[in-house]
Design a protein around this ligand. Structure first.
Ligand code: VAH
Length: 315
C-alpha cells in the first residue's frame, strides 16, 4: 500500500489520483494535516488526517494500512515559508526526518521526496544550471530542500533506503488553486484569463524561470519511481527541466487565445526569491539514467490549461 503525505497540495492532489489509477484506489492512502472539502480526492479512495510531525501517529497509520511505499509531499513552499521561517524549517526538516526513520523502522521499500530548483541560490550559475554546482539558497524553503537532499542521500548511502527525489521547477496545473509558491502566478494567470479578468502579477514581466506542466511532472515522478534501482545514480535529487518562460511570455501565449487579456506588473517580495533561482536547468543525468523527456511546451500547456479551466468553471 502507498501513503501520500501532503495529498491536498498542488502536486499531492494530482499525484494521488495518478497513483490510484495505477495501483488501485484502495491501495493509495491520501493524507494531509486536515480533511479537504468532499471531492475527487476523498471520494476516490481512503483519506487520513496525518500530521507528519507526530511520529507515533505516523507509525500507527503505517502499521494499520500495511504501507510499503511513501510519497512524502507535505511541506511549506517558498513564499509562505518566508512569513513563517521557524515553522517552515520544522515541518520541512522534522517531517522529512520522521518519514525517513519510519521507512527504516517499517522496512518500507521505496520513498519519494520532492526537492526544487529552490535549492539553488544567487551564486549558482543560472544558465543551464548543472546537476552538481554551487548551492547557496536564501529562502528557508530552499535551505530545507538543500538539507533534505543531503539527508536523503545519507539514508540512501548509509542505510540503503531506496529514497528518490526530483528538483521540480515551478509546476502548473488546473486542478489545484494557486498556493504559497513563488511560481504560482503562472497558475493564477490562467484562472483570471478564462474568467475575463485582468491579472496583477507579483513578479516583473522579465522574471524568467524554469517551469513544467503538471502532466510532465507526474510522468517524471512515476518514471523515476518505476526505474530499476541500479539505474539511479543520483540519491540527493535529480535536476528536472521542461521549459523556461517569463510572465511576459506566458501572457503572450494566453493572448493568442484571448487577445483582450491584460496584465499589470506589481513586483513584491517574491521577485527577490525568483531572482535567486536559475533561468534554465541542465537535466542530463535524468535523461541518461531513466530516459526523462518532457512532452509539453508553453503553447501546448496554455491550450490545455485554458480548455480544462473553461470546462471546470462551466464557461
Ligand atoms: C515554489 N512551486 O514556488 C514551488 C517550487 C520552484 C518553485 O519550489 O515554492
Amino acid at each position: 500500500k502507498i501513503l501520500v503525505t501532503g495529498a491536498c497540495g498542488q502536486l499531492g492532489s494530482e499525484l494521488t489520483l495518478e497513483l490510484r489509477k495505477i495501483y488501485g484506489e484502495a491501495n493509495v492512502i491520501a493524507s494531509d494535516i486536515a480533511m479537504p472539502p468532499k471531492g475527487e480526492l476523498t471520494e476516490s479512495g481512503p483519506f487520513e488526517i496525518l500530521d507528519v510531525l507526530t511520529r507515533h501517529n505516523l507509525a500507527e497509520k503505517a502499521y494499520r494500512h500495511h504501507i510499503t511505499q511513501i510519497y512524502h509531499l507535505a511541506a511549506v513552499l517558498s513564499a509562505t515559508g518566508e512569513s513563517r521561517p521557524k515553522f517552515t524549517w520544522k515541518v520541512n526538516m522534522k517531517g522529512l526526518e520522521n518519514i525517513l526513520d519510519l521507512a527504516l523502522d517499517k522496512g518500507i521499500s521505496k520513498v519519494y521526496w520532492p526537492s526544487s530548483i529552490a535549492v539553488f541560490g544567487p551564486n549558482t550559475p543560472c544558465h543551464n544550471t548543472p546537476q552538481h554546482t554551487i548551492m547557496d539558497p536564501n529562502t528557508v524553503y530552499g535551505i530545507s530542500k538543500q538539507t533534505g537532499e543531503r539527508f536523503c542521500e545519507y539514508y540512501a548511502r548509509r542505510y540503503k533506503l531506496d529514497v528518490r527525489s526530483l528538483r521540480y521547477p515551478g509546476l502548473i496545473g488546473y486542478k489545484a488553486m494557486p498556493g504559497g509558491g513563488t511560481t504560482d502566478y503562472a497558475v493564477d494567470i490562467y484562472h483570471k484569463a478564462v474568467e475575463g479578468q485582468p491579472f496583477t502579477c507579483y513578479l516583473q514581466e522579465d522574471a524568467y524561470m524554469p517551469m513544467m506542466y503538471m502532466p510532465d511532472a507526474l510522468k517524471a515522478t512515476l518514471d523515476l519511481m518505476h526505474a530499476p534501482a541500479e539505474n539511479i545514480t543520483i540519491r540527493s535529487s535529480y535536476n528536472l527541466a521542461a521549459m523556461s518562460f517569463s510572465p511576459a511570455e506566458i501572457t503572450a501565449s494566453i493572448q493568442k487565445h484571448l487577445p483582450d487579456f491584460q496584465v499589470t506588473y506589481v513586483p513584491d517580495f517574491r521577485q527577490q526569491i525568483a531572482d535567486s533561482w536559475p533561468q534554465s536547468i541542465d537535466d542530463t543525468p535524468a535523461r541518461q539514467d531513466w530516459q526523462w523527456q518532457p512532452q509539453y511546451d508553453l503553447d501546448s500547456m496554455t491550450a490545455d490549461m485554458l480548455e480544462n479551466l473553461r470546462r471546470l468553471k462551466g464557461l
